[in-house]
Design a protein around this ligand. Structure first.
Ligand code: ADP
Ligand code: MG
Length: 694
């Protein structure tokens, strides 16, 4: 038996037919290896019988004793109450659902063994609906020899079933070569990792002396052993990906400086030193023949756009096209405005392409892109579509990385391939990604950070206030606007329902117009036509509107220096990063700015803490770290959208401490036993198409 376990289908196991295989498939189990890596969520200790005199509430236990009494009692709900004792003490079993047969079985004098969790009840300690078995005195039932695993399951798949399948799968481990140890011995010693097979065995059948606490928290050395290997495999896969991309080669686009100098001369400001440093990183990358893969992180308002424009210019100067891609229509439009104000005076032809560019206009744009007449193309993910063919795409800027996944990064890489190389990629994110997460999610990228805001910004004063003080807030808003300032009023609703959110914004705008007839109030939301949105934005930007009522669509891209007040309704519904983004729309000029977070009481403890963080900090990195702590990485990165890998064993939050070591370990493994890399990646990630194709 020398086939690797991820090639042996679960259908080879006893009792697994198509129907069961289907159910298993639904929870990601296709082969024997999947089953072995399908680790228990928690464990029960059924290895010993606890004397009733020693019972503690709220811990699962096995008990055994004689039925002393058994009665149907009428309390709030009718139940079968069965008192059992073992000489050391007694306890009640309570059944709200029971059959006549059950009542007959549990009659006084019968010996039963039960498993369940004692809780304080009307008669002292009680176990509700325990698992139980009648025991024949002369033939005592066996007790479990190992802790009992409780697996993640799915509809129609019982614990019993999964346990017996795992039992079968474990038999494959008898053959030493079946689940090969891919980490060299010295390596394992250095990182204190025991053998893979031992770890897997232990986790499916932990001996009774293993700590159930460590196991339930996922901190048992055996779990950490697997998590380490899994994280290592992910890290290596991203590095492989990077290597493969680099081996395809890129375009050499050295700085020519002519246009760059002109653009810098025209800017109404000079670059901050952080901007200069990052722009230099980018420029250097572009000058090499390797495709650039660089992530630029910078807080809201740190001035990433200018850096992107300089990069686009460098491509253009070398005769290549540049694409600039944003995740939303509004942000793309904003970029279009900025880029044209900087590039048009230099005579650089640009086009715009989004999902809303249709018909003849779209044809025209596509032709200009294909012929190379358009040198800079700004747009949304519409730029990914198959019929968008570039003449000579040299570099792509992707803004707001957290909404684009690895898959899109790769789709774009392919766009440039027809010219015998891959376009340079500049990925910009305004959501500071905590370092630990960045390391694991983006280890295929180089990272530059713009860690300085342009001078002259006044910090935003953030206040957390209940919506019972709405009138007061409206008064304050009126005063500010009559003094010539501009304000945003942001409506939030459950993010999934854009329609409801838009409706809320419409209603709010209506109400505010009624209450504040002296102000001119505009509205933008995602369901408006692009032209309507653009009109409202323009009116606001030009100062014709005092107040802009908006949904979270203004999160990114909007730039109006005169706006100095923002009211966010129900901020507790949003992530901290998103709130920080929103808030970054004010404080762009030199007037003191305010942000009112108007929550709806009562707030949960966690929500209170989160809003407190917003009040106390203006630093995107601090906020992101805090957000990670409070909500976990899935939420912070928006796992669904990022295409960020789903882990089987590892948990980025729980295993944060491993990430640093994993990074070093990955380098070491590549150096010491490069032949181990590929099998390791295949074991944990499979031969995913997306990786194979690049
Ligand atoms: P973000 O990093 O959030 O995308 P932007 O690129 O939109 O930030 O820049 C925010 C604002 O700051 C814009 O109005 C931009 O013109 C301005 N800005 C950028 N760099 C500087 C600078 N060095 N000095 C002054 N203002 C700047
Ligand atoms: Mg930006």
């Amino acid at each position: 038996m020398n086939r690797s376990l991820n090639n042996i289908s679960v259908t080879t196991l006893k009792g697994v037919g198509d129907a069961l295989a289907d159910k298993l498939g639904r929870i990601g189990i296709h082969n024997i290896q999947d089953l072995l890596f399908h680790l228990p969520l928690r464990y029960q200790d059924r290895t010993r019988v606890t004397p009733m005199g020693a019972l503690q509430p709220n811990t699962d236990v096995v008990i055994q004793g004689k039925v002393l009494a058994s009665d149907i009692v009428m309390g709030k709900r009718r139940s079968l109450l069965c008192r059992i004792g073992d000489g050391s003490g007694s306890i009640s079993l309570r059944f709200f659902h029971f059959t006549a047969a059950q009542k007959n079985t549990l009659k006084p004098g019968v010996e039963v063994r039960c498993f369940g969790e004692p809780r304080r009840g009307a008669t002292g300690l009680e176990i509700y609906h325990p698992e139980y078995r009648v025991i024949k005195i002369d033939a005592p039932a066996e007790i479990e020899e190992t802790l009992t695993p409780v697996y993640p399951a799915t509809e129609g798949l019982t614990q019993q079933r999964i346990r017996s399948l795992c039992e079968q799968a474990l038999k494959f481990l008898a053959d030493e070569s079946s689940l090969q140890e891919l980490l060299p011995a010295e390596f394992r010693q250095k990182y204190r990792l025991n053998s893979l097979v031992e770890a897997v065995r232990l986790l499916h059948k932990p001996p009774p002396e293993e700590s159930i606490v460590l196991l339930s928290e996922g901190r048992h050395p055996a779990q950490q052993r697997l998590a380490f290997e899994e994280l290592l495999a992910h890290n290596l896969s991203l590095q492989q990906l990077r290597k493969r991309v680099q081996s395809i080669g890129g375009f050499t686009m050295p700085p020519a400086n002519q246009l760059t100098r002109k653009m810098l001369e025209q800017l109404p400001f000079s670059l901050t030193s952080a901007q200069q440093r990052v722009a230099a990183d980018v420029s250097k990358d572009m000058a090499t023949s390797l495709p650039m893969l660089r992530l630029v992180q910078g807080d809201v308002g740190s001035g990433k756009t200018v850096v992107a424009a300089l990069a686009a210019l460098q491509a253009v100067e070398n005769g290549y096209q540049a694409a600039v891609m944003a995740p939303t229509e509004i942000l793309a439009e904003q970029h279009q405005l900025n880029f044209s104000s900087w590039l048009k005076p230099l005579g650089i032809p640009m086009v715009f392409l989004s999902g809303k560019t249709k018909g003849k206009k779209r044809q025209e744009v596509l032709e200009k892109i294909a012929s190379g007449e358009a040198m800079v193309v700004v747009g949304t993910h519409a730029l990914f579509q198959d019929d968008v063919i570039f003449h000579k795409l040299g570099m792509a800027v992707i803004d707001e990385q957290h909404r684009f996944g690895v898959h899109q990064r790769m789709a774009l890489r392919k766009k440039g391939e027809q010219n015998g190389g891959l376009p340079d990629q500049l990925i910009m994110t305004a959501t500071p990604i905590p370092r630990t997460l960045a390391m694991s999610a983006y280890s295929d990228l180089d990272v530059s950070v713009i860690d300085e805001l342009p001078p002259g910004r006044t910090p935003i004063n953030t206040v957390v206030i209940g919506d019972d003080r709405r009138e007061e807030v409206i008064k304050r808003l009126k005063m500010a606007c009559l003094e010539g300032r501009q304000a945003y009023w942001v409506c939030t609703l459950i993010e999934e329902s854009e329609a409801l959110q838009c409706q809320a914004a419409e209603v709010t705008a209506e109400q505010l117009r009624e209450t504040l007839p002296e102000l001119s109030i505009g509205l933008v939301h995602g369901r408006m036509k692009a032209s309507e949105k653009a009109e409202a934005m323009k009116a606001f930007k030009e100062g014709h509107l005092h107040l802009l009522v908006a949904t979270t669509v203004i999160e990114v891209g909007v730039d109006v220096p005169n706006s100095s007040l923002m009211i966010i309704e129900n901020p507790e519904r949003l992530g901290l990063a998103q709130l920080h983004q929103l808030r970054g729309r004010v404080g762009r000029g030199n007037i003191e700015s305010h942000c009112l977070l108007m929550y709806h009481a009562p707030l949960s403890q966690q929500s209170r803490e989160r809003l407190q963080v917003m009040r106390d900090s203006n630093d995107g990195f601090v906020i992101a770290e805090k957000d990670l702590e409070l909500r976990g990485p899935g939420e912070v990165l928006g796992t669904r959208q990022t295409g960020l890998a789903q882990f089987r064993v590892a948990d980025l939050e729980r295993d944060r401490d491993l990430l640093m070591a994993v990074r070093t370990a990955a380098q070491e493994l590549i150096r010491q036993s490069p032949e181990g890399v590929e099998p390791l990646v295949n074991r944990w990630l499979g031969k995913g198409e997306e990786y194979a194709n690049v």
